[in-house]
Design a protein around this ligand. Structure first.
Ligand SMILES: O=C(O)CCC(=O)C(=O)O
Ligand SMILES: [Fe+2]
Length: 323
């Protein structure tokens, strides 16, 4: 479902209508396509026409300096697997002062003000938009203002810049309907993710229990999806959106930029009190994100991927209530 959020003022009829539509889409599918001016034509061009090609065009050893390598995928520069058809580079908490400059300093010791400005604007605008959609979703579910304010302010965020290449002929790849999959079906383990695609599409979401729906890369739209953390804190009201990426056609590259939000630090994640009642008994036991992430990266977690790993990890149906 697509919802236009341009120029909306809180406490107006138009805001209320948009909120109802956002909540309906999030509770039905775990995603909403948002029309928003977070990314105007100029910023889109600066991002996809300059910043990303410049970043991914850097030598491999330079890209490796972009962040700290961590134990799991996407913790730092991710692109050294032979035959890998996707590279990704994260910046942690880019809206916090100094983080983008530090990142840029590691890649371009002589500085790169153009890149800094572009990423700063992207992070600021898309973060605001993500917070608006999170607020609407929770308001629409009947969560009180105090809990919404806490929820919005207790999250960290990461930008992930991604490049998908054409798969080499000899690569071992998974196929779906004769299309090559660059990134297999999965729910995100974070709270929410905004995905911005460039001209070459490829993002697909699973709807109605099994059908794959292509999300076209329309300028002016951003894809907002809920992840497992949101499912847990909303007591299952918002399902985590299962999505995947189809490889770009031969001879094309695909860029995307993501902004994902997750609970800050590693406190227990638990369902919000006002979303648990007789009609909606507790669905997931509280858990720590780092423990859940470790499970997702384990052999079992990887095998489950699109088969509700959250439920297997901490579902009350499976484990009983532990509180
Ligand atoms: O590149 C995209 O469109 C989506 C990437 C994604 O789903 C992920 O990195 O988790
Ligand atoms: Fe994802």
């Amino acid at each position: 479902m697509k919802v236009d959020l341009r120029g909306l003022q809180p406490n107006t009829m138009a805001w209320m209508n948009a909120m109802v539509a956002v909540t309906a889409s999030m509770t039905a599918h775990g995603y909403v396509v948002v029309v928003h001016d977070a990314l105007d034509a100029e910023l889109r061009c600066a991002l996809f026409g300059h910043a990303l090609p410049e970043l991914f065009g850097l030598p491999f050893d330079t890209k490796k300096r972009s962040g700290v390598f961590s134990n799991g995928p996407h913790g730092g520069y991710d692109g050294e697997v032979p035959n890998q058809i996707l590279e990704s580079i994260p910046i942690l908490n880019p809206a916090e002062p100094g983080n983008i400059q530090d990142f840029v300093g590691r890649l371009w010791p002589q500085g790169n003000p153009g890149f800094c400005d572009t990423i700063e604007s992207f992070a600021k605008n898309v973060l605001e938009m993500a917070q608006t959609v999170e607020r609407m979703t929770l308001e629409g579910l009947g969560v009180c203002e105090e809990s919404i304010a806490w929820q919005l302010s207790s999250q960290s965020h990461t930008i992930k810049m991604m490049l998908y290449g054409t798969p080499p002929d000899n690569a071992e790849l998974s196929l779906a309907d004769n299309e090559v999959i660059s990134l297999g079906a999965h729910p995100d383990d974070q709270m929410t993710t905004v995905i911005v695609q460039h001209e070459v599409g490829g993002l697909e979401v699973k709807v109605d229990g099994g059908r794959w729906l292509a999300v076209p890369p329309e300028p002016g739209t951003l894809m907002f999806i809920g992840g497992d953390q949101l499912t847990l804190v909303t007591n299952g009201r918002v399902p985590a959106c299962i999505h995947r990426v189809i490889a770009p056609p031969s001879g094309h590259e695909r860029f995307s930029v993501l902004l994902s939000r997750r609970r800050k630090g590693d406190p227990m994640l638990r369902a919000m009190d006002e979303l648990i009642d007789e009609d909606h008994p507790l669905m997931y036991n509280p858990c720590r994100h780092e423990d859940y992430r470790a499970f997702r990266l384990s052999e079992e977690g990887r095998r489950l991927r699109e088969h509700n790993p959250l439920k297997v990890f901490c579902g009350v149906e499976k484990h009983g209530s532990v509180e």
